[in-house]
Design a protein around this ligand. Structure first.
Ligand code: SF4
Length: 364
């Protein structure tokens, strides 16, 4: 047997016996394992958490409440600097109209994502979230902010992460997301988003959010100029963090990876192939053995994202809108039945997952 094939067999034995793989093992899988081998190993690990034919989905929309941002990430086609033409902040009425439209289309999850807008104080957010909870109760759930915006907000208000989390919680917030992580290495952050935060700060904020009793999630974006070693470092840091927090029911609720859209960005580049994304999903499922829910991105991969269910994913969004990725080239289909039929055609039984009716547990 050639040396490389035997290296894959060694890692495969580890996966089959439930042992953890190391960063070096992950590199071996990435470089040497076939697509079929990765699929099989990822499906095996998926099967420890989920029925092999089951999968879940949500109809949701991302509400981009402001595009004004001072972070100036070079991979972003969405932001306007303060005072620049085209900058906006949505009113509460505009936000309500978007939520009403989501409900009319059968959805019940909203995710807020905007920029680091220095003109918006913490009270703007608390008023907005309180008014949503008052108006809709538990009919919908909302992911209040990405962790990146949360950190900016706390710093801007001169509050600790813990104190800022308490303020949001008092305003009816239950969820933040891990959005804004892209690639969690200090080198990547220096190259592309030096005004955003360090990796150390990112995990400090995630910890404070969880310790305050709010829920949060893990995310990742691939396809910039990151190396495979950087991708594996991101997975390793995420796994270590989750180990220190607990399990998927008390720590990071899920892991969602999507792909960079390069159009109209300063960084530019070309999109990675879907097959590369699927291989990365499989690697993530195998590596992140302490996060039960692995999500595939219809927003950036359209119906081909559903092949991710064969590569270890168990859950996906059907999104109505996300200006951030749409500005950079993402296209959204509202033919939800067609998308669900793609999942069915691959042998899965999709069922709706209502975050609004309780905690986001894998058994829901
Ligand atoms: S990615 Fe987010 S933080 Fe970075 S410039 Fe765009 S809106 Fe701002």
């Amino acid at each position: 047997m050639p040396a490389t094939a035997s290296a894959v067999v060694d890692v495969r034995r580890k996966v089959e016996s439930g042992q953890r793989i190391t960063p070096a093992d992950a590199l071996t899988l990435w470089r040497e394992a076939s697509d079929t081998e990765l699929r099989q190993m990822a499906s095996l690990v998926r099967g420890r958490y989920h029925d092999p034919q089951s999968c879940t989905y949500m109809v949701m929309r991302i509400i981009n409440y402001t595009n004004v941002c001072v972070a100036q990430c070079d991979y972003c086609a969405f932001y306007k600097l303060p005072g620049q033409e085209g900058g906006y902040v949505l009113s509460q009425e505009q936000v309500f109209a978007k939520i009403d439209e989501l409900i009319a289309m059968g959805g019940d999850l909203v995710a807020f994502n905007g920029g680091f807008n220095p003109q918006l104080p913490l009270d703007y957010y608390c008023d907005l979230f309180r008014s949503i909870r008052d108006r809709y109760g538990d009919r919908i759930e909302f992911y209040a902010l990405t962790i990146a915006e949360f950190m900016y907000l706390a710093d801007h208000a001169k509050l600790s992460y813990a104190a800022a989390a308490e303020r949001l919680k008092a305003a009816g917030v239950r969820w933040i997301t891990g959005g804004g992580s892209e690639i969690l290495t200090e080198s990547f952050r220096r190259r592309h988003s030096k005004f955003k935060y360090t990796v150390t700060q990112y995990f400090e904020a995630q910890r404070a959010v969880i310790e305050s009793g709010l829920r949060t999630s893990a995310t990742m974006v691939i396809g910039f100029d990151e190396t495979i070693e950087e991708r594996i470092e991101h997975l390793e840091r995420t796994r270590i963090f989750q180990d220190g927090i607990g399990d998927g029911n008390s720590g990071l609720g899920s892991f969602l990876c999507w792909t960079y859209k390069p159009y109209f960005t300063q960084l530019g580049g070309i999109e990675i192939a879907t097959q590369e994304y699927l291989r990365h999903l499989a690697l993530s499922r195998i590596y992140l053995d302490n996060i039960p829910r692995i999500r595939t991105s219809v927003l950036t991969q359209n119906e081909r994202a559903l092949e991710g269910l064969l590569y270890g994913a168990d859950d996906f969004d059907l999104p109505l809108e996300d200006e951030v990725t749409q500005k950079a080239g993402a296209t959204i289909s509202l033919e939800f039945d067609k998308l669900l039929n793609v999942a069915r055609g691959l042998g899965f039984r999709p069922s709706y997952r209502h975050v609004a009716t309780g905690w986001d547990l894998p058994s829901q």
